[in-house]
Design a protein around this ligand. Structure first.
Ligand code: PHE
Length: 346
């Protein structure tokens, strides 16, 4: 059979296909059309039967023509489907969406208010030369209590207050002070660290959460005295709450400090006049502090005749509550309700 004739017929089929492809209404119709031409019994397939009657020497040319024609069909089919989909999308968009409406902002993640406060506070101390130290949330009784000079019958050791894992052995740390012991054992003197972290107590009411956050501070060196402690805390308070905020130091007791104090700041809402937040006192307690008890220093092998130090522990939740007005319960920080957290997006 004359190869030119076959090629001419092939061309005719290709044109015929292109013409029919123009007005297919659906993707299915397009695919059916493709099958009508390309499947084994399709129009091209039928014509291809005659390839056997072509002179072997000329088969190659004709075969190539078939391949090209098929490729062209497959190509134009996928283009036609694409156009169809695009058209359908446009119709859909115009009919069902008002593209002039304002969009909805996607919710963006952000740092938790407690984390924001932690970073801010730690920054203030690192700028005064403090290093950041860490310790485990599961502590030994020894580091959480014994090495901090807690007597065996101290009430904090009671099951009432402490979440023990194994009584008398391991527990969820009740304060960040065990990091004092860890830092003094791990680091060469002088030691100057802050340790932020989660602590746990058997407490559960609007002003107490069973887990909350503290930042411990510790400075041990030769010649450290109470004036240094006051200076550092004063700087911290001014940086975090404002240069005009007063602080007040009251005597207190902790087993691991002597003397021990509690530090209040002037209520930042009423400026000391007395309001609901400060229970009409004008002051709000934010941290405990004191000079390192010599027993604690000696317990980690430090000569308390040569070295002295101070420590403080502050409640991050308190600081956070004071910075953001109107937080009625510490628990809001831990429920992670987006309606609450939304406030802190920035
Ligand atoms: N660890 C004490 C507490 O949790 C706070 C504190 C730390 C007091 C350091 C004095 C010195 O209550």
């Amino acid at each position: 059979m004359d190869p030119n004739e076959i090629i001419a017929r092939l061309q005719l089929l290709a044109e015929q296909f292109a013409g029919e492809l123009q007005n297919q209404p659906t993707e299915q119709a397009i695919r059916d059309l493709q099958a009508a031409y390309l499947s084994k019994k399709g129009k091209l397939g039928e014509l291809q039967q005659s390839l056997g009657k072509v002179e072997p020497a000329q088969r190659k040319v004709v075969g190539q023509a078939f391949n090209q024609a098929k490729q062209a069909i497959v190509q134009s089919v996928s283009e036609a489907i694409e156009t169809l989909v695009k058209k359908a999308e446009d119709v859909y968009l115009n009919e069902y969406f008002d593209v002039t409406l304002p969009g909805r902002l996607p919710l963006r993640g952000t740092m938790h208010p407690i984390s924001i406060a932690m970073y801010d506070i730690v920054d203030v101390f690192t700028s005064m030369g403090f290093d950041v130290a860490e310790g485990p949330e599961i502590e030994t009784d020894e580091f959480n209590f014994a090495k901090l000079n807690f007597p065996d019958d101290h009430p904090a050791r009671d099951m009432q207050d402490t979440l023990f894992i194994e009584e008398g052995k391991t527990l969820l740390r009740t304060h960040m002070s065990p990091v004092q012991i860890r830092s003094l054992l791990d680091r060469p003197l002088p030691v100057q660290v802050v340790a932020p972290g989660a602590v746990y107590r058997r407490d559960d009411d609007p002003t107490h959460s069973p887990m909350f956050f503290q930042i411990e501070g510790l400075l041990v060196d030769k010649g450290v005295h109470f004036g240094h402690l006051k200076g550092v805390l004063n700087t911290f308070i001014h940086q975090v709450f404002g240069a005009d905020v007063q602080m007040r130091v009251r005597p207190s007791f902790f087993p691991f400090t002597e003397p021990s104090v509690e530090v209040d700041i002037q209520c930042i809402y009423c400026k000391g006049a007395g309001c609901r937040l400060c229970s009409q006192t004008g002051w709000i307690e934010i941290l405990g502090a004191g000079m390192m008890d010599p027993n604690v220093l000696e317990g980690v092998g430090i000569d308390s005749e040569v070295y002295s130090g101070f420590a403080f522990g502050l409640g991050v939740d308190r600081v956070s509550m004071l910075r953001y007005e109107g937080i009625s319960s510490i628990k809001l920080f831990y429920e992670n309700d987006p309606r609450f957290l939304e406030r802190f997006w920035r």
